[in-house]
Design a protein around this ligand. Structure first.
Ligand code: TRP
Length: 361
């Protein structure tokens, strides 16, 4: 196994020969097909197929760093929770919680702030990119529009991870630096005080399909080119129709129906691959070469996606219409999470010299 995983001297949970997986989802958007294929489906599958311990959480305190729209934060939290549960996340098996329901996390973040070098944060890509963008403008302060939240983002993320002594953190490529910073922050604390924190590892899946969006660019909320997964925050909107409409809008070239087409240059084919079996993919490849019409290809893609997600959509709609049920599940997750986090924070506070002066009673 990995000998660079340091086991902490804590009995927080059993000694960790097991993997402990943890990942956070920032609550600023409504899940789309790219999120499903790239993050939700693989994460749920990987815990189903293993006996690893798993912690998945809604990172709402990270959400407010980049979004000041209270309604959007709230709606996104609800939609993300409903989506993950609808897609099969078992809240008995996985500790599934909302970051803000675990007050020990921001408390730990403050403590880590106090031993983390400012210089480490100066090197964070997201912060540097924001400064560089300001430097390109004349007469603008390099830190214009940059909040302390953005600057300290990696420290809150370190607290998320170190709180539960996670060993493996599944993330996208853009987050690798943050995991390295969490290791650095853990190492500094462990050295200054005592070895309380496990050094986490980033888990990046190189085969993870990155979907192309409606316009041919990478599917991303910021490009406005996404295919919705279940629908909208508004339960009146028919998710299946919305999916159909979006699939029909995928940009193609102007080749005529009978012309042979290059499957590898087609967004429809690429997305189909993320849903279909090997045989189905080969069948569609043959039809491309034989000259399938774009309309038929789109219909085939829609049917294939819909077959997989229609049962999940039903559950999603149910959960979205019953926020009490969602809230109960999240509270159960928070209870589970806090059983760990209270102990870990208590140890941390004692390690830095913050503890009761005497036992009362
Ligand atoms: N920053 C992560 C992202 O944008 C979300 C996140 C917050 C996270 N805390 C985390 C991911 C802890 C992994 C572990 O994707």
């Amino acid at each position: 196994m990995n000998d660079d995983i340091m086991t902490p001297d804590s009995n927080l949970t059993e000694p960790t020969t097991k993997k402990r997986i943890l990942t956070g989802i920032t609550t600023t958007g409504i899940p789309h097909l790219g999120n499903y294929v790239g993050a939700i489906r693989p994460a749920i599958q990987s815990v189903q197929d293993s006996d690893d311990e798993a912690f998945f959480f809604l990172a709402d305190y990270h959400g407010i760093i980049k979004c000041y729209d209270a309604q959007q934060i709230h709606d996104s939290t609800r939609a993300i929770a409903a989506t993950w549960l609808a897609c099969g996340l078992d809240p008995e098996r996985v500790t599934f919680y909302r970051q803000s329901d675990v007050p020990e996390i921001p408390e730990l973040a403050w403590i880590l702030n106090c031993s983390c070098a400012k210089g480490l944060m100066n090197r964070a890509h997201a912060y540097k990119a924001a400064v560089d963008a300001n430097m390109d403008k004349s007469d603008v302060d390099p830190d214009q529009g940059i909040t302390m939240g953005l600057f300290g983002y990696p420290i809150l993320m370190a607290a998320d991870i170190l709180m539960f002594n996670a060993t493996h953190v599944p993330v996208g490529r853009d987050q690798i630096q943050h995991i390295e910073m969490a290791r650095d922050i853990a190492g500094t604390f462990n050295h200054k005080y005592k070895p309380l924190f496990t050094l986490p590892q980033a888990m990046v899946d190189d085969d993870m399909p990155l979907l192309t969006g409606l316009d041919g660019r990478k599917m991303s909320k910021s490009y406005g080119n996404t295919i919705p997964l279940f629908g909208d925050i508004n339960p009146q909107i028919d998710g299946e129709k919305l999916l159909h409409k979006a699939v029909m809008r995928i940009v193609t070239n102007s080749q005529l129906p009978e012309e042979p087409k290059d499957p590898e240059a087609s967004t429809i084919f690429e997305i189909y691959k993320a849903f279909a079996t090997v045989e189905e993919v080969e069948e569609l490849r043959a039809r491309y070469l034989a000259g399938i019409g774009w309309g038929d290809a789109k219909q085939l893609l829609f049917d294939r996606i819909n077959d997989e997600i229609a049962p999940f959509r039903q559950r999603y709609n149910h959960l979205m219409a019953n926020p009490k049920e969602l809230e109960e599940i999240l509270q159960m997750g928070a209870d589970k999470a806090r059983r760990h986090s209270r102990k870990q924070l208590d140890k941390t506070r004692r390690a830095i010299g913050i503890k009761p002066l005497a036992k009362l009673k």
